[in-house]
Design a protein around this ligand. Structure first.
Ligand SMILES: Cc1cc2nc3c(=O)[nH]c(=O)nc-3n(C[C@H](O)[C@H](O)[C@H](O)COP(=O)(O)OP(=O)(O)OC[C@H]3O[C@@H](n4cnc5c(N)ncnc54)[C@H](O)[C@@H]3O)c2cc1C
Length: 450
């Protein structure tokens, strides 16, 4: 490594942190250290779907070819049938909507995705495992940022990137730092507007049961014609309960997530661990699946030991940045997974930030201005998309306009479902009608020389 213009510390080696390290790899004048709390990267994980907007970023990063090898879907820019919505809480279920998009939903196994990122990160990037960040401190007048880890060790850097997920330690410190700054500057009226750290995390009222089903396990059922492995991701919708199914691992496994939405519990504390393995019998307690279409029961029958996941979100932060500390991915804007774009948004942040940092106009003395530009573009964008994902979550659970789908007559329900599918698609179409490059170009034009 030649002359180093600044040292980046990335806290968290999830999809966002690794994508950022990879995106910075092409800038030989930026040194990168990743601090990851786990002892090693795990190959386990569930399915991750990437939509055209984030796929274009992966291609811009030069990962298109490698990633194409680990998906069973053909990446294309043409109009494709990318989602089917079924009314499933009745014995004779039916498809009530089909989403067509410019480019498909590309589905991956999270572990394989992570492996590719790890293979391509510059060898000069150092990855430190078993380093759980406790806090950071940055001087008011520049100087290195001091990182403190739970094992009692320390490190320093010039810029800290918090990619440490929804329970982010970086965000906790950043929120406190901003509060203190307000007090120091006599802006005490802002205290109400800046809630404490814990108030930025909220339970959505939804839990997801996630599982991967080996296709081998389905073989016997194929002969009976059930369930047919959907080539197009399918959402089975019912009152308060919905289920998404799509193939991953080049068609060797099926990714399944069953959601249970209890709107009256939204914003209440979740009783229990956010994520835990449960017995599959628990699935049958959440709805009367005997009265659902048979295909749904057939899928549920194949689930073993699902992971139950209480869906929490990060409510809108007033900033993603505090001087030379910046948040990306779930740490900044974890949203509900109802558009399958959390990882995609983390990849977008990672790329966007790397392009701004790598620009020759960004040097040590202009870092904080550059981060403000990142905040100006990425914060409104990601927060608005989070609201759209929440809206889709309600729609998939058949909450629409106070309408009672269960007891309505068939013709009226079909008319309402038609309206609903148009709304779902409308909320989602930003994923293939917009590109990151448009806003990145504008952001780069706002960088200033030192
Ligand atoms: C049910 C469900 C389905 C989903 N489906 C999709 C989908 O289809 N498509 C999609 O795009 N997204 C999906 N998502 C969202 C996606 O998984 C996340 O948005 C994405 O993983 C966020 O990446 P991240 O790197 O920001 O955070 P994370 O993946 O959470 O990574 C954070 C990393 O930081 C580490 N860490 C945490 N604390 C510390 C600390 N104090 N110090 C050091 N390291 C730390 C963690 O060990 C971890 O490695 C889904 C989410 C759920 C719950």
């Amino acid at each position: 490594m030649g002359v180093v213009k600044f040292r980046v510390a990335i806290c968290g080696g999830g999809i966002g942190g690794l994508a950022h390290a990879y995106a910075l790899s092409k800038y030989s004048d930026i040194s990168v250290n990743i601090y990851e709390s786990t002892a090693k990267f795990s190959p386990f994980g569930a399915g991750i779907g990437v939509r055209p907007r984030a796929w274009n970023v992966l291609c811009a990063l030069g990962l298109g070819e490698e990633m194409s090898k680990i998906t069973s879907v053909v990446p294309t820019n043409t109009q494709v049938h990318s989602f089917s919505f079924r009314k499933s809480d009745q014995l004779n279920g039916y498809t009530f909507g089909n989403m067509f998009s410019r480019g498909p939903l590309l589905t991956f196994h999270r572990g394989q995705f992570q492996e590719i990122l790890l293979q391509h990160i510059s060898p000069s990037c150092r990855i430190h495992h078993s380093k759980r960040l406790k806090s950071y401190s940055q001087g008011k007048h520049g100087g290195p940022i001091r990182l403190s880890f739970e094992d009692g060790t320390h490190a320093t850097c010039d810029i800290l990137v918090g990619a440490d997920g929804i329970k982010s330690a970086v965000r906790r410190c950043l929120v406190r730092e901003q509060l203190q700054l307000d007090r120091d500057n006599g802006r005490t009226s802002n205290e109400q507007a800046r809630p404490a750290y814990d108030d930025y995390i909220s339970w959505s009222g939804s839990v997801a049961y996630r599982a991967l089903i080996p296709v081998e396990r389905l073989k016997g059922d194929y002969d009976k014609g059930l369930p047919t492995l959907p080539t197009t991701p399918t959402m089975y919708c019912g009152k308060d309960v919905h289920m998404i199914v799509y193939p991953v691992s080049q068609g060797k496994e099926v990714n399944l997530a069953l959601f249970h939405f209890q709107p009256h519990l939204r914003g209440t504390p979740y009783p229990g661990p956010w994520s835990k393995e449960v017995h599959e019998s628990e699935l049958f307690d959440i709805a009367h699946f005997e009265s659902w279409e048979p295909e749904v029961r057939q899928w549920l029958k194949h689930i073993r030991r699902p992971i139950k996941w209480a869906i929490h979100t990060v409510t809108d932060l007033p900033t993603f940045v505090s001087d030379r500390v910046v948040l990306l991915g779930d740490a900044a804007h974890s949203s509900s997974p109802h558009q399958g774009t959390g990882a995609g948004q983390a990849i977008e942040d990672a790329y966007f930030l790397a392009e701004l940092l790598g620009d020759p106009r960004t040097v040590l003395s202009t870092l904080s201005q550059t981060l403000k530009i990142y905040d100006k573009f990425r914060r409104p964008w990601t927060q608005e998309k989070g609201a759209r994902a929440m809206a889709n979550g309600r729609y998939f659970a058949l909450h629409y306009d106070g309408f009672d789908f269960l007891h309505a007559d068939t013709a009226t329900a079909a008319k309402k479902l038609h309206e609903l599918s148009a709304l779902m698609i409308d909320e989602w179409k930003w994923c293939w009608t917009t590109t990151v490059e448009e806003s990145l170009k504008e952001a780069l034009s706002q960088l200033q020389d030192a």
